[in-house]
Design a protein around this ligand. Sequence first.
Ligand code: UGA
Length: 435
Amino acid sequence: MNILIIGTGYVGLVSGTCFSEFGYKVTCIDQDNLKIKKLKKGIIPIYEPGLNELVKKNIKNKNLKFDNSINKYLNNSDCVFLAVGTPSRRGDGHADLKFVFKAVEQICSMVTKKIVLVTKSTVPVGTAKKINKIVQKLNKSDYINVASNPEFLREGSAINDFLRPDRVVIGSNDNYSRKILNTLYKPLNLLQVPIVNTDTETSELIKYASNSFLATKITFINEISSFCKKTGANINDVSKAMGLDKRIGSKFLHSGPGYGGSCFPKDTLAMSKTFRDHKTKFNIVDTVIKTNNQIKKNISKEILQIINKNNLKKILFLGLSFKPETDDIRESSSIFIIKYLLKKGKNLSITAHDPVSIENAKKEKLKIKYLNDFQASFKNQELIVIATEWNIYRSINFKKLYKKMKSHHLYDLRNIYPNNKEIKELGFNYYSISS
Ligand code: UGA
């Protein structure tokens, strides 16, 4: 099986690499020449645990190639995956499909053999039908069968999510593409991974419904967490006991400073817009979007109040990425709060530490200092904000660091120190989203 992946961003690169790991011949295409040049040498543009090794291994065994020309490989391919970006259109939240349609038109202008054209990018329900219309209009229906195969990869654990998924969803409206895609995923089927075969509309909706549900689950526990603060209840016990109910499940019940990343904020907005396009409303998700934004604002306000009340000036943020094990800072709560403090605070000196995201954060041009040296970053600080739950922050030697600090306030945005008696006994003022 020969596979072409159009778009070598996060989704395309991980998917292409993992397909090559199955033994298929994969070529990943991107119009960014510099990126392709680097990838050919095995230099990975993103931080994703395990990806580096897999790319190098599959370049070496000749299963994985990178190029900037679709033309060279298209008519050698059985399956072409569209993994280009679908950014949020400013204003109305709709996923912008211009890169998807541009790629479809390009493929139509070059194709001379039968291929299955699959959307891997997250696209609103009805997109496969729109692609099919373009294919028909350009008289390429004899060559192109359109299908949908959404990804469910979490940044930070994407390789494992691809190679050991909970399920694979295949959306196809014809026997040919269904057969090809089921053959492609045979290695996972043999590992007992459930394969859900459905039509393209359902497949597209499954992706948005899944992300909207997870965003709702997180927002639900975040609101319970704020309520714990008012009532004195313990959020960790609430989450734990709720999660033990098999109908609820323990995953995605960790309270925090609101969900971020490149997917949930964008996909919930797009889902809401798609509902509106169909003259209806997704009330629960509209509330989730509003509540998540409010949670980020409320937390920022509360931190500013602590700063003003105690006349603090030197703040250290631990973590910049939207979650651990990634260098992605898109829609990161940490960055949101820093921006708020820079705007509303007076003469604050903010320093930030992160194991891998500092270079990406620098592109935001924030007036803050960045420190790679974790121990040194504590010197003379007055307030520490644990913003991302990187493992390195789970084992802080507070006794040692207490002496380095000028004043002793700690805000644990991720509830990673539920047993904080010792921290308080050392003399820290401990704050969290739930207590
Ligand atoms: C998410 C989905 O989990 C993937 O299945 C999906 O494929 C992907 O979006 C996508 O659409 O491409 P990702 O954005 O990488 O993956 O990250 P998640 O692990 O889902 O976390 C999203 C946000 O929720 C983060 O800000 C995280 O801190 C927050 N979160 C997650 C919580 O606050 N609490 C939790 O219990 C879990």
